[in-house]
Design a protein around this ligand. Sequence first.
Ligand SMILES: NC(=O)c1ccc[n+]([C@@H]2O[C@H](COP(=O)([O-])OP(=O)(O)OC[C@H]3O[C@@H](n4cnc5c(N)ncnc54)[C@H](O)[C@@H]3O)[C@@H](O)[C@H]2O)c1
Length: 342
Amino acid sequence: MSFEQDREYIAQHLDLGKEALYLTKNECENIGLSREEILDIIEDTLIEHGHQNYEMPAKGGVHPWPEVFFHAMPAYVPKMKACGCKWIECYPNNPKKYDLPQTTGLFVLNDVLSGVPMAIMDSTWITAMRTPAVTVIAAAALHPDAKTFGMYGCGVQGIEHVRFVVKTLKNLDKIYIYDIVESRMDDLIKLVQPEIDAEIIKADNAQVVAENCEVLSSATIILKEPLTAVKDDWISNGQTILPCDMNTYFDLKTQYRADKYIVDSHDEHEYFAQNGYFPKDKGLPKVYAQTGEIVAGLKKGRESAEELIVCSNIGMSVCDVTIAKAIFDIAINNKIGKMLPL
Ligand SMILES: NC(=O)c1ccc[n+]([C@@H]2O[C@H](COP(=O)([O-])OP(=O)(O)OC[C@H]3O[C@@H](n4cnc5c(N)ncnc54)[C@H](O)[C@@H]3O)[C@@H](O)[C@H]2O)c1
């Protein structure tokens, strides 16, 4: 479908330039986009990113308090005719302090031809879905035969990581989980175990997970001062580590000594490094490739069973915008959401 055809189709459902569709979190979540479809969209998006068929400046942000950030995350992916911007916040203390999620936000989707806003939607569900999709696609590219997976953090992201990972690592038989809040682990098991065959094991501590799993991921908290909860001594050759929380959880030593240090976006990681998330004297570990280049087959992934690979995915708006466009297409076709006058 050309850009013109796509616009004509949208114009049948929405008076472009005069109104925009508003979608709540609940409407996005129940739009009917399956995890398999999300994986397909994100894989295509990562391939486009690998081939540099996109526009995505590094996040710009404001920081009202030391550990919090707001990020403006614009992106354009021509293949999916997707153009827009996510406005997201990360307030690590929200769950404890206000009983609110760490991460919330809104997405604005625009018409590529005329630029007018077409939709405003909650972005919480988009973030909750696209993030694990990136992790597990990268896991499959780097460690396809893994039998064991470990997840640190059993909140929104941890739960979805466990749901998603069994869809790309097909040989998994054990999933170890760990969270400082024990009830979070119990809740994850209660919710997800009935849905999957792999056995979910509640670990007593972070070391058990590190020493029993070939592939590890973390979605805990993003802090400038690393927690170093997973000691470098517990990590062995041959493991694949996929943090979603920057360098907070895993020992920085592991990241500097990895045989391959891969990042979703070099620019994004430089932005975080400039904002004090890596030691000033050492900077970012030497980047071997971006995740999209591995997924697109432009750079080699794992080349030996002994390689220690770290693949840090901090989140890219190209993945938000393509999921937002897919949600929007379904919504207008099914008359979901509320039209707002512009
Ligand atoms: N990379 C990305 O694209 C991306 C996207 C969204 C969120 N995130 C990050 O992922 C993290 C988790 O997000 P969420 O929405 O799942 O948050 P959440 O609050 O729902 O879950 C976080 C979980 O981590 C646990 N936790 C905190 N400190 C811990 C520790 N020291 N050891 C073990 N567990 C610990 C908490 O108890 C909680 O259960 C945040 O840091 C967030 O910024 C990254």
